[in-house]
Design a protein around this ligand. Structure first.
Ligand code: ACO
Length: 439
């Protein structure tokens, strides 16, 4: 095995080197602190491997994304979503029999415990559906506690099967319509469309165009190795918290505008540009101006420094889906112009900023009739098998440990405590105590 040598304060340390399947190199620093007292420092974990994983491979320089070795371009448009869930979670493509059994299980577990409907009643209609989804997924642990290995596998199926029901119910709640129950004769993606768009007592047949578009979107979002939400799921799960609690935390992490929440922000930005007269160059200029505190949402990625293969697929799909649905959306033109201008601008070129998966996904969701604040929920629905697969892999790793990063402390050095009576009225920092706000 190769070893790296580190010179530190006059001493030399040897660090074991890990080499992955695709020759990625990692320096193993686990013993460094014990030997030298030093830790590694990497805010935002941009250059830190937190685990070994056999699920997803990304080469950001070459725009490569593979699930369990299969290129995303070969999976997208050719596999069903349950097939991809099976692949990610269990490691291999299912045989026809295995897939039929898995799909049957997913169908049988779509219903929610009836008492959970009361939880929905407690939310205001204006609640963001991501808030509802994360709360409801955490609540599943109250209804389906995990009691050992067997129950754990059943809970994996339950979580996959019930997430579309929870997501669709949160949408129905937000528009004041009655919940639509899942149907056993519909496949996974069709069932979600049915629960979203059927109105009780009216027959609804999910359109094949919508079904195909949804399948593609879910597959493209299904896993993305150690991103912010997945690392959150692993971090929470590393304390041996249950699957539902861990994935609920992942949903919360995904919600942020720098992560999955960007898909909602992209559409809001494009709408804003349109309402402001469509001058996209002005917004490219603002994104370059550090004092403007404005970012082109849907641009940039921590890992992809050439192109995001998912964005490439979605750009083509956006054209196709809009054409098939007969939708003309001026936001698609604005998005394409924005991309063109940004990609030829040295600011974006030098920083290797390209459209990411969120740039075109919102345009397709809009054309499908999905409301803007449900976009990130759709992302969560797609990412669920990835979170589950990563959680499972972590829990099955015999070398798994609780996640517990270190820090470099930069606060005050030791000082004596001053009792309240001896403290001056005005603190040195001039910091005022915030006035309490009573709701
Ligand atoms: N618009 C304008 N400038 C940008 C953008 C952007 N969207 N993204 C990065 N930059 C600039 C930064 O200001 C920085 O410039 P500097 O070197 O002059 O300081 C440089 O590019 C590097 O960017 P960082 O923020 O350091 O990159 P990081 O890897 O930390 O962040 C992130 C990646 C969060 C995705 C960032 O590009 C961003 O905020 N993009 C917009 C939000 C977005 O689309 N998020 C979705 C990501 S995909 C996903 O999570 C599913």
């Amino acid at each position: 095995m190769d070893k790296a040598k580190l010179q530190l304060m006059g001493r030399e340390y040897e660090l074991p080197v890990l080499v992955g399947t695709e020759n990625e190199v990692g320096l193993d620093v686990t013993a460094l602190r014990g030997a030298s007292g030093a830790i590694t420092f990497d805010p935002g974990y941009g250059n830190t491997g937190s685990c070994t994983s056999a699920i997803t491979f990304i080469d950001g320089e070459r725009g490569i994304l593979r699930y369990r070795g299969y290129p995303i371009e070969e999976i997208a448009g050719r596999a069903s979503f349950p097939e991809v869930c099976y692949l990610l979670i269990f490691g291999e493509l299912p045989s026809p029999k295995q897939l039929a059994h898995f799909e049957e299980q997913l169908t049988r577990h779509t219903l929610l415990h009836e008492d959970m409907k009361k939880l929905f009643e407690g939310f205001p209609a204006t609640a963001h559906p991501m808030a509802v989804l994360s709360a409801m997924v955490a609540s599943l642990s109250a209804y389906y506690p995990s009691r050992g290995e067997e129950e754990r596998d059943l809970n994996i199926v339950r979580l996959l099967a019930k997430t579309p029901t929870l997501a669709a119910f949160s949408y129905k709640k937000s528009i004041g319509q009655a919940f639509v129950y899942p149907r056993n004769d519909l496949a996974y993606t069709q069932n979600f469309l049915h629960m979203m768009f059927a109105v009780q007592a009216e027959p609804y047949r999910p359109s094949p165009v919508l079904d195909r578009a949804l399948t593609l979107l879910l597959i493209l979002h299904a896993d993305h190795e150690q991103n912010c939400s997945t690392s959150t799921v692993r971090m929470v799960g590393s304390s041996q918290a249950n699957l539902f609690a861990s994935c609920s935390a992942g949903i919360s992490a995904l919600w942020g505008p720098l992560h999955g929440g960007a898909n909602q922000q992209v559409i809001e930005m494009l709408q804003h540009i349109r309402d402001d007269g469509g001058d996209f160059k002005k917004y490219v200029g603002m994104a370059k101006d550090k004092s403007a505190n404005f970012k082109l949402m849907g641009f940039g990625h921590r890992v992809y420094k050439n192109f995001d293969p998912r964005a490439k697929i979605l750009k083509h799909a956006a054209d196709e889906v809009l054409r098939e649905l007969g939708v003309v959306d001026p936001l698609l033109d604005i998005a394409k112009h924005l991309e063109e201008v940004a990609l030829s601008d040295p600011f974006f070129v030098e920083r290797k900023l390209y459209p990411n998966v969120d740039f075109y996904s919102g345009i397709i969701y809009r054309a499908m009739g999905i409301p803007t604040d449900m976009f990130t929920v759709l992302f969560a629905l797609g990412r669920m098998p990835g979170w589950i697969a990563q959680w499972k892999e972590m829990r099955e790793d015999p070398k798994g440990r609780i996640s517990r990063p270190r820090q470099v402390y930069v606060g005050a050095a030791q000082r004596p405590f001053v009792p309240i009576a001896q403290r001056p009225d005005k603190a040195k920092t001039d910091r005022e105590t915030p006035t309490p706000v009573h709701a």
